[in-house]
Design a protein around this ligand. Sequence first.
Ligand code: ATP
Length: 539
Amino acid sequence: MPPQYPQRIGNWWLGDCLGSGYSGAIFKATNIYTHEVVALKLQELDHECPTNRYERGFYPSLQGGEGMPTLYASGVEAGFDFLAISLLGSSLDSLYRKIGRNIMDLRSVCCIAMQVISRLEFMHSRGILHRDIQLGNCVIGLPPDEKKIYMIDFGFSKRYIDPRTGMHIEESNKKRDFIGNYWFTSVKVHCKGKIPTRRDDMEALALMLIHLLTPGGLSWTRNGVPKTDAAHNRLKREKLAAKSEDLCRGLPDVFEEFLRYCRRLKFAERPDYEEWRERFMDLAVNSGYPEDDVFVWPPQAEPSVHVTPTKPPHSGNLQRLEGILKDLAELKLTEPRQVLGVRANAINVPNAQKAARPKKAKATDPGDASVIVISTDGENDTAPKAAAVRLTKAEQLTELTSMAQDATDNVMLARVVRQFAEVLETSKSKSLTKEGFAFLDALYKQLADPSVYVVPMRTSRTRSGTQQEAAPNEADARRAKMDKLFSLRRDVGTAKSNRMLAKMASEFGVCIDKSRGRTITKDAVGFLYGLADRLRVMP
Ligand SMILES: Nc1ncnc2c1ncn2[C@@H]1O[C@H](COP(=O)(O)OP(=O)(O)OP(=O)(O)O)[C@@H](O)[C@H]1O
């Protein structure tokens, strides 16, 4: 028998029911004094699974985070445990159902990925796991916040950082009861009884994204909620047996890589939120969508490609490559090339075609770092621009890495470093990605000695996110990073040799890599500009 809900709780008059389930119901409600409208979540006090009580405990820690509902009041009244929270819009589940359980469009899925990664990053930064990532628990806001995704339902949430000690919870092999949802809870938690940590929230997100792009959804979701233990066990077996490559067949690679990454994370490892936000942003941009994470619903029918008018309206990767090759073919290279630095065992001079790799001029639009010009001339370019193509940040950085590898004198290298700094400075995302680290590796190699192979500082994604830090150390680490970047920026102008600059570039890379978020700060950009200036005047 569903409970009899009162007409009024606290200061709120109950209105329409927004949703109800096993654990209670949620109503639109109006404050009798202020007329403010909220969502009122009610649960009977003697409910066998008192999720509202748990949720009440987590809400205060989550206040102020983007995409976290505001908690207006909570308490117990008339036999109900209630929470008055921001009134929000439709859940992703209801949007997905309305499109007939077919697949969601790629842009929407990329935006969901970027936004939910940010929500998880915030929750995790507060020491809390969500533990029930699913479409019904991601809701869009009401206008003017309808492009923002909110996380709701913290009834299953759990602290993974002990608030008294600041330490991460311990791993244990003791079997535990399953808490989560059938569809998206990670394999380790759902099928192997492991203790959930940050990695499991991330895996649940990965499965949810794959579900949205799979016609009919993930196979184990197709028979509905299991009603018996036998059916549940069958579902678990199916989930356990499903290989990442099978789940992601036909999808862009990033989905399989994301799922694999989440499954490889160690128990206490911090997920690399920035990296994956960036990867989904790159996927969206490469597919011709705008460089942002706003969730536009209903989706636009066609990708809106922003290319300069010198290119055909839709230019995919292939066309971009063709353009670059054409520009390359038109280049005439006769000038003799200097060798970088003073070295006996100098760099192998690359073949003419490679040496002719076009240089990039500044971004044509400072607000859009991904529009760059491939030019046939040097810095004081007076020749007509060959072509303008849109490249993603990753592509630009990769291109700059090649240019750094090919640089044969300090002036040339200075120019490339300056462009690198410009890309980082103007890019929307402020984190140094693996392509950025690859550039630093190439720079280091050129400065230290281009004839020797240098072990990369960090070009492999498997080394990312190895911090297992507890919250209190973060402030110290951040301060140390700020101090280091400040001194690097201050001292770069006094470096006396390429080797000294190489050492600084290496310290710079290590410092950024160690920092949370690998954020490029003002001092970081300042250091790079300083390095470029120093190289330009270095004999
Ligand atoms: N703040 C809100 N504003 C508008 N609708 C909401 C809000 N919170 C929840 N809903 C709607 O109610 C549904 C159930 O909400 P929620 O998951 O918080 O409750 P629950 O009782 O824990 O549900 P379940 O038992 O299904 O997990 C959501 O899917 C959403 O459609």
